[in-house]
Design a protein around this ligand. Structure first.
Ligand code: GDP
Ligand code: MN
Length: 390
């Protein structure tokens, strides 16, 4: 789960990371008021959306008067901000963060991620900040410094100092960096984060380190024990199809093709998408119905897949271990009748109660296309598509 920049800053500040002073605004008038309240003569107005790359997309602006703050704010509210990281629809801007402008001498990149290979939290940093990490990795890979943290001892001060030296910091900045790294690590660990990114972490004109931007995302599997984090969820920033699917225990990701997929298990879903491509088709989505799926959940999966108007065939591929083929078959038959399907449906069942499942499909009298293997199912789904104009 992602949160907004201002929320990440609030959290990190609580753990000891220095952040600029700022205030939240829900209207242009309030944005102007925030600027006056902060004082000074320059402010940065920042669209709060769950995406980076806002600066390049026109979602961040340095303003020099209260009127300019209000004016820029009024162009942002209600807008769909399209960045390099969003889809073509962009993300709706409903909150702005107005911040006292900082004087930037140097920009540093700092990120904390989970390194699955070493099974540890890893710090990735670069003395060249401001750029996205993907671009940094491509254009200046030698500038990247990586360091993993032993969970039994936590981040040691000597490690933090070593990292600070590698970034070319000196004197008092090293001590500030140690504080920042320790704070980020604690926030990451204590709050079950998946990612903490400060980009840029700046050295100001007076030589102090400040987090100018902040991004955090959290492990959804741990939200049950992170009530304060869970409350920061903002559904306006999510793809409504994905959030609604999530509410029903389904993981759904929309894609560009026309073959709708209803599958159990993320691995099988990935394999099925590969097989569809190999057979010459394009998947319309990734959908994992999870384990122990009831007929009702299968019906919900059909409804979810059909919210995508571009779907012309549905492929159901179940390898039942915890699931039961008979329940899935019942769900398919029920969905066919309730939803009033008019497009072809290919069903491949294997595993627990497969005989019963196949019997339900056969005796339903519905024009369901059955398949024995994954390859067979993918080929039949591709063949079942209505002929497209060449
Ligand atoms: P992002 O584009 O979504 O990553 O948003 P950022 O918060 O990183 O802001 C984008 C860019 O705006 C930064 O890389 C800075 O160059 C610039 N910026 C942000 N805040 C300030 C500030 O207080 N002063 C100055 N001079 N530039 C800023
Ligand atoms: Mn940034």
């Amino acid at each position: 789960m992602d949160i907004h920049e201002y929320q990440a800053k609030e959290i990190l500040a609580r753990f000891g990371v220095p952040v600029p002073r700022g205030g939240l605004a829900y209207s242009p008038e309030q944005a102007g008021y925030r600027a006056r309240e902060l004082g000074g003569s320059a402010w940065v107005v920042k669209a709060q959306v769950h995406s980076g790359g806002r600066g390049a997309a026109g979602g961040v602006k340095l303003c020099r008067s209260e009127a300019e703050v209000q004016e820029f704010a009024s162009t942002l509210f209600g807008k769909q901000l399209v960045t390099k990281q969003t889809d073509a629809n962009g993300k709706g801007v409903y909150r702005l963060w107005v911040e006292a402008a900082s004087d930037i001498a140097r920009e540093i990149y700092l990120g904390f991620v989970l390194d699955r290979k070493s099974e540890r939290i890893m710090i990735v940093a670069s003395g060249h900040g401001g750029m996205e990490i993907e671009d940094l990795a491509e254009e200046d890979p030698d500038s990247l410094v990586r360091m993993t943290i032993d969970p039994a001892v936590g981040l040691c001060p000597f490690q933090a100092r070593e990292l600070a030296f590698k970034l070319g910091l000196d004197g008092g900045q090293v001590a500030q960096m140690v504080t920042i790294l320790t704070a980020c690590y604690r926030a990451y660990r204590d709050l079950d984060a998946m990612m903490v990114e400060i980009n840029p972490l700046v050295v100001t004109g007076t030589g102090d380190l400040v987090a100018l931007d902040a991004k955090m995302s959290f492990d959804t599997n741990a939200l049950f024990r992170q009530q304060q984090v869970a409350e920061l969820r903002d559904r306006s920033q999510e793809d409504p199809r994905e959030s609604t699917a999530g509410d029903h225990g389904l993981s759904y990701v929309g894609l560009d093709g026309d073959i709708g997929c209803i599958i159990n298990g993320a691995g099988l879903a990935m394999a099925t998408m590969d097989m569809i491509k190999l057979a010459g088709g394009e998947p319309a989505n990734f959908l994992d119905i999870g384990g122990g799926a009831s007929p009702e959940r299968v019906v919900r999966a059909f409804r979810t897949v059909l919210t995508d108007g571009g779907v012309s065939v549905i492929l159901v591929n179940i390898f039942a271990g915890i699931n039961r083929c008979d329940w899935v078959a019942e769900g398919v038959v029920q969905a066919y009748r309730e939803v009033g399907l008019t497009i072809p449906v290919v069903v491949r069942l294997a595993g627990t109660n497969v005989e019963e499942g196949n019997r339900i499909i056969a005796e339903s009298g519905l024009p369901l296309i059955t398949a024995d293997t994954l390859a067979d199912a993918a080929a039949k789904a591709v063949a079942a598509r209505p002929r497209q104009a060449a």
